[in-house]
Design a protein around this ligand. Structure first.
Ligand code: ARG
Length: 632
């Protein structure tokens, strides 16, 4: 209700601006309202008169009065009691009883759909969701990604868009050549069968650690030349073998492909088990390999060279030069006029003598050994999303560590001529451990498995402590949902941009502003509804019976669609998480200050209100991937 009233107000305000004769002084799109929840200021307000006054050279107070008069004459939308002017601000006051009836019937009629929107012309959005690298375990960083991106996609879908969730697996690149080599030399069938990811991780670490070996050993004192040379030789051998295996993989050599496929399938199987536990689904798992194996990367390289967007370096690598002024002042590549010409780069290269020292950034698409890279596959992905999906948006939920990379990718994409697709990188802070940064290479990680197990254990203790007679299986089922609520809410509710030091005990804590707190408020609403014989129809209640605490709750329920609007605008689920927590607080104070079932007045009204609240909790928590509980 609030959202349609609000829309009606904004439209009416635009008409009023015209009718008051100020349309020349302001752009229609600048005619907007601010949300207030203030008894004096009203629920909505506009400071438009100041901008108009400045542009038209008139007194803002008089401008405001003229617009308010025009709006009154034009007619205020249903549910709005009055418009007034205070200190030059135009304030709108809602008619509480009419609002209450409208909001409650909108929620009652909408049910599960309350907050959703149909769009006549939805955007086709293809998004990277989760997108881990294969052959490694999922760690808390992936957990953060998966939870944030899943919630965000749920919201974009709820807002009417066509969303395709693509698990853009990291399953291609030189590291898989290294892994193949390591497996062929040192792999153990049984260990692989037993726990494929653990075994592959071990092999990966073994390969990577060889790089650091020389430094590690030399810490113990000077090495004889012979010893040093032997280590160097050993390392060079393995590196060359890794390269060779990746070349075989790229050629489609059977021995390479068959093993790689086993790595990939075993990884996916393990990942899927975790995703199932998290309740997260994907529409496709194209992965980086898809673009390499189906010829999309080669096509992109060819196109970049043909169209003179990319150039060949002295070492035969191929790159797209990125200039400083390819970004606008805000560092945003989307709106910048990118300069695809290579002339400047050639000059800069001549001057500097090497690509590294030249005055541009090189976005590589082919390495000196001829293999393609991560960025090639991302460009190919954009081409594919445009051609095969006719995508309006390509969205990437990826940690802020890759901010620079995505800025460059987006500039490169513009140079390639991918102009009509909106590219959006949604970054989030990195996760480190109390003992330092996470490193799969060094073996310092917290896995998703560890987090889920710890959360489960904590939740089970708490459910058992409550000591109700619930059967053990039920304890487990309830605890599982509480645990997921804790972890998911914690991730979505945290400031997205901030780096997090991950403390497992804190993450699974059930105290304070958590998902279970919101779950618990929902359970309380359910139990009130359970105890009632029946819930009356909205049409049969009298909104005049509501008191201020009731209205406060109704107003919050009405804000729900506006909160989803904000989430969509910002590509961020956090406002929804914060809203639900606030709703839980407002509902709790409603519950503590009012009688519901045995109220002398307003019992029927409060039952309807309780039912509407439960509905909004269900809808909102559902979007965050959090289940509600009949019992806790
Ligand atoms: N697999 C990558 C990683 O683990 C993330 C992929 C992000 N998506 C993309 N299109 N580059 O770092």
């Amino acid at each position: 209700m609030l959202s349609s009233t609000r829309r009606g107000l904004v439209e009416g305000l635009r008409v009023a601006v015209n009718e008051a004769g100020y349309d020349h002084a302001v752009d229609a799109s600048a005619v907007e309202l601010e949300d207030f929840d203030d008894e004096e200021k009203g629920e909505f307000s506009s400071a438009l008169s100041f901008a108009i006054g400045a542009a038209a050279g008139e007194n803002p107070m008089e401008v405001a009065e003229a617009i308010a008069d025009a709006h009154r004459a034009h007619g205020l939308p249903e549910g709005v009691a009055s418009v007034s002017v205070e200190n030059g601000h135009i304030n709108y006051h809602l008619d509480a009883a009419a609002m209450a009836r409208l909001t409650l019937s909108e929620i009652g009629d909408g049910g599960m759909d309350y907050g959703s929107r149909d769009l006549a012309d939805p955007d086709t959005i293809i998004a990277d969701v989760s997108s881990p690298n294969i052959a490694k375990p999922l760690h808390v960083g992936h957990l953060r990604n998966t939870i944030l991106s899943d919630a965000l996609m749920n919201i974009l879908e709820e807002r009417g868009h066509d969303v395709t969730r693509d698990n853009h697996l990291g399953d291609w690149g030189t590291q898989f050549g290294n892994l193949l080599h390591e497996y062929v030399e040192f792999g153990d069938e049984d260990a692989f069968e037993d726990d494929p990811i653990a075994h592959l991780l071990h092999l990966y670490q073994q390969f990577e650690q060889r790089d650091g070996m020389l430094e590690d050993v030399s810490e113990f004192g000077a090495l004889t030349d012979g010893f040093e040379a032997a280590i160097e030789e050993e390392r060079a051998y393995h590196t060359a073998q890794g390269k060779e295996w990746f070349a075989r993989l790229e050629r489609g050599d059977e021995a390479a492909v068959e093993r790689w496929e086993r790595f990939r399938e075993a990884s996916i199987e393990r990942f899927e088990a975790i995703y199932a536990e998290l309740g997260v689904d994907f529409d496709c798992w194209l992965g980086e390999s898809f673009y390499a194996r189906e010829g999309w990367t080669d096509a992109v390289v060819e196109k970049a060279l043909d169209e003179d967007v990319a150039m060949r370096g002295p070492d035969e690598s191929v790159f797209i030069p990125i200039y400083d002024d390819d970004y606008d002042d805000a560092g945003d590549p989307e709106t910048a006029d990118v300069d695809p010409s290579l002339d400047r780069a050639r000059e800069m290269l001549d001057e500097a003598g090497s690509v590294e020292d030249a005055d541009f950034d090189a976005f590589y698409i082919v390495k000196s050994d001829g293999s393609t890279v991560y960025g090639t596959r991302d460009l190919a992905t954009i081409e594919y999303r445009i051609r095969e999906f006719d995508a309006d948006q390509s969205v990437y939920v990826v940690a802020s560590e890759q901010n620079r990379y995505f800025q460059q990718l987006f500039v490169a994409a513009r140079k390639m001529g991918y102009a009509d697709i909106h590219l959006e990188h949604i970054d989030y802070g990195m996760i480190s451990l109390p003992e330092g940064s996470m490193s799969t290479r060094g073996g310092q990680i917290v896995t998703v498995r560890e987090v889920l197990d710890a959360a489960d254990e904590r939740a089970r203790d708490i459910v058992r402590e409550k000591g109700r007679n619930v059967a053990e299986e039920e304890v487990e089922a309830i605890a599982r949902k509480i645990a997921l609520a804790t972890v998911k809410y914690g991730m979505v509710g945290a400031n997205r941009g901030k780096d997090i030091t991950f403390d497992i005990d804190e993450a699974v804590s059930l105290e304070g502003d958590t998902g279970p707190y919101v779950q618990y408020a929902t359970t309380r609403a359910y139990s009130i509804l359970d105890a009632a014989e029946s819930v009356p129809a909205v049409a049969d209640i009298d909104p005049a019976a509501f008191n201020d605490t009731d209205y406060d709750l109704i107003y919050h329920l009405g804000r729900y669609p506006l909160v989803l609007d904000r989430c969509e605008e910002r590509y961020d689920a956090a406002p929804l998480a914060h809203y639900l927590l606030e709703l839980a607080h407002v509902f709790n104070s409603f519950y503590h200050k009012n009688r519901v079932l045995d109220a002398e007045t307003a019992a029927a009204e409060r039952l309807v209100l309780t039912e509407a609240t439960a509905q909004v909790f269900e809808n909102g928590l559902g979007l965050l991937g959090i289940e509600t509980l009949a019992e806790m």
